[in-house]
Design a protein around this ligand. Sequence first.
Ligand SMILES: Cc1cc2nc3c(=O)[nH]c(=O)nc-3n(C[C@H](O)[C@H](O)[C@H](O)COP(=O)(O)OP(=O)(O)OC[C@H]3O[C@@H](n4cnc5c(N)ncnc54)[C@H](O)[C@@H]3O)c2cc1C
Length: 287
Amino acid sequence: MIPGPFDYHRPESVADAVKLLATLGDDARPLAGGHSLLPMMKLRLATPAHLIDLHGVPELKFIRRDGNRMLIGAMTTQAELLASAEIKKSLPILQETALVIADPQVRYCGTLGGNVANGDPGNDMPALMLTLGARYSLEGPNGIREIAAVDFYQGAYFTALEPGEILTQIAIPVPSVNHGYAYEKLKRKVGDYATAAAAVMLTLSGGKVATCAIGLTNLHETPLLATDAAKAVIGTALDPAALKAASAAAQAIMAPAADARGPVEYRKSVGGIMVTRALQRAAARAK
Ligand SMILES: Cc1cc2nc3c(=O)[nH]c(=O)nc-3n(C[C@H](O)[C@H](O)[C@H](O)COP(=O)(O)OP(=O)(O)OC[C@H]3O[C@@H](n4cnc5c(N)ncnc54)[C@H](O)[C@@H]3O)c2cc1C
């Protein structure tokens, strides 16, 4: 329960943080809220020799609207997302999802950037970012690049982050005001990671689904975008046959681990139920 020894660094700009990461190499890790990294260090599953604490970098903390996009700095905490009037108005699903992450103590420290950069299939925000069509800005020794969230996740704890890169910003297209949304998460107890969860964003036209995106959490080694499941409901009034087809299409791409949260078949079964519930609740909210 005691982490290995490490040196602590507190840069004051992204440029300095990138320089430190480049100089210190593989032995250095960025530290955000610490609520995934520190438990891993205490279990000695991570033993970085250098921690680059990003709390001294003010340019990583912001929430602002830029035309049709919401821009969020990587060091914005889950609690700050929950407190934001702009997020409440434009992207309520972000607050619904943040609210089912752990408990207030974790949400006061845990950051959006840390949650999406971590690469843990159990994190709730990555599947939501896929569903929302988010893009990540990464800054490293070779400059700044942008990557779609859907291209970022490559395996459990394996992402497109190159050595020396820092995630600086998450950009999310603002959905139309009449959209419906839902994040449905099954967990064993308050504060637990998802046994299975589904995010849905949709719009209706004349009582039928016009657009739809579905994301899945902790049902594969990476977050998933369930495109065939979304296609199965487009043009329908979410009748029982359409819901069944969507649930089956989502289950077809699920490959969860068998672990303390249940065997594979159980997790796929409840994963399908999360998809159905999220679709129904999103449709009920669409204007
Ligand atoms: C009891 C408990 C319950 C939890 N339950 C949930 C849950 O239900 N759902 C959920 O989603 N999460 C849960 N979490 C995790 C929590 O949300 C973490 O805060 C989050 O996963 C990581 O964010 P962080 O800011 O703490 O990042 P850190 O722990 O500081 O970092 C996580 C990883 O991301 C890297 N990193 C961080 N920021 C950057 C950056 N800007 N650029 C590049 N790399 C970066 C770090 O180097 C590290 O590898 C739980 C945590 C605890 C302790």
